[in-house]
Design a binder for this molecule. Structure first.
Ligand code: MN
Length: 420
């Protein structure tokens, strides 16, 4: 029910709910996350109503892969259809991330009304950014435009001119300011901004024109709020205005198990932005044996046997990662652990083998021990070092990064499976 603002009363602020990195369709070592996504979306729907949000912004990585499963796409479309019924006034803005196919995110745009925006790739007229689609007016509870949002998805090198991301964001804020006439302005993006804390495993390393991370000065301080996606840990970066990663809804790998996942309600007052961080309940626990570091096999087996957990339906059973100190071949390691786990109501994600000499600084040296953890760039550097006894030059590293990105674009056109 819209209550009109009496004449002379202050204009109501826009209440923007910012969330990110849903990774619909994600699987953790073969375990589906559908129960967790369903719980999150039901909670989000209630939260949008309870917080009287005017707009919902999802800053990329809607899906886990460029060619998501039918159930993953159904989950998004059903959520949007249900939320449109429940909250007909809610504006919805969905932007593409590096895991998403830009074209696939854009696809349903033709079917929806003007309050739902699918911005998979950077909207363009020929070569130039289409500011009419990028700049979106946000309405308050009275239906008045009370803020403006620039919907900027993950940008690929072909989206950028010689002046790169900085040039693009400069042109966007100029266009946005011309429309906003002093109303609060929101910038968005899906990228790695320096100062943001990276979780080790699940954010695919992002390289734009050889730059690994942008600086916070990419964003004009005239912005009232900068809504970012890509890093899974919710965090606000140090800057003149709030620059915030909303973070993912739940841990996508064991390294993210200690995060307090949340969504961010940004209340865009004319005098400044108020942030309200809303923690997301976690429906599935994520255990690790041990909590940090690694244990000898016998101790790990004892710790597993000591687990006392309630029985739950399989889809809600805790995940568990186990880290074992391994000092040579251990042919029965896996069998011993699986036997210890047999009657425990948990879902094993993986057994990490950790060499004892790396005990002092376990975290970095654990990296790269599993094939799934390897980054293309790290393999390239290691091979170059092995063959030429020195790391590759900056120019060669950049050329390699462009090749990797070109290959990931092929993912988008559906020629290859897009896994990370
Ligand atoms: Mn991402």
């Amino acid at each position: 029910m819209i209550t009109p603002t009496p004449p002379g009363a202050p204009v109501k602020p826009v209440r923007l709910l910012h969330t990110s990195d849903w990774h619909l369709g994600h699987e953790l070592f073969g375990h589906t996350r559908e129960a967790e996504h369903d719980a999150f979306l039901a909670w989000l729907s209630d939260t949008l109503e309870q917080t009287q949000a005017d707009a919902l912004l999802v800053t990329g990585d809607i899906y886990d892969v460029a060619n998501p499963s039918v159930p993953a796409q159904q989950r998004l479309y059903r959520f949007i259809a249900q939320i449109r019924q429940r909250l007909p006034r809610l504006q919805i803005i969905i932007i593409g991330g590096n895991h998403d196919s830009a074209l696939r995110i854009d696809l349903p745009g033709a079917l929806v009304d003007t309050d739902v925006h699918f911005i998979g790739g950077l909207p363009r007229h020929e070569r130039t950014p289409d500011m009419e689609r990028i700049c979106i007016p946000l309405k308050n509870a009275d239906g008045m435009t009370a803020a403006w949002l620039a919907a900027v998805p993950f940008c690929r090198p072909s989206d950028l001119e010689a002046d790169g991301l900085a040039g693009l964001y400069a042109r966007i804020i100029t266009a946005l300011a011309q429309k906003a006439h002093g109303l609060p302005m929101v910038l968005s993006g899906h990228l790695h901004v320096a100062g943001g804390e990276v979780s080790e495993l699940s954010e695919r390393r992002l390289v734009i024109g050889g730059e690994e991370a942008a600086a916070t000065d990419l964003f004009d301080p005239r912005a009232a709020y900068v809504a970012l996606g890509h890093l899974h840990r919710p965090q606000t970066l140090n800057a003149a205005m709030p620059i915030r990663y909303a973070g993912s809804p739940f841990p996508l790998s064991a390294t993210e198990r200690a995060y307090r996942h949340s969504v961010t309600l940004a209340i865009l007052e004319p005098t400044g932005t108020i942030l309200d961080i809303l923690p997301i309940p976690r429906p599935v626990a994520f255990l690790r044996i041990p909590e940090q570091g690694a244990l000898p096999l016998e101790d790990a087996v004892k710790a597993i046997q000591a687990l006392d957990l309630p029985d739950l339906p399989r889809r809600l059973r805790p995940f568990i990662e186990i880290a074992i100190l391994v000092d040579g071949p251990e042919p029965h390691l896996q069998a011993r652990i699986l036997a210890a786990l047999e009657d425990k109501p948990v879902r094993l994600t993986r057994i990490r083998r950790v060499a004892p000499q790396s005990g002092q600084n376990a975290a970095p040296s654990e990296r790269g021990r599993d094939l799934a953890d390897l980054q293309a760039k790290d393999v390239f550097i290691a091979l170059h070092q092995h063959k030429h006894h020195k790391p590759p030059s900056d120019a060669l590293s950049r050329a390699f990064a462009e090749l990797v990105l070109a290959a990931s674009r092929e993912d988008d056109s559906g020629q290859m499976d897009g896994n990370n």
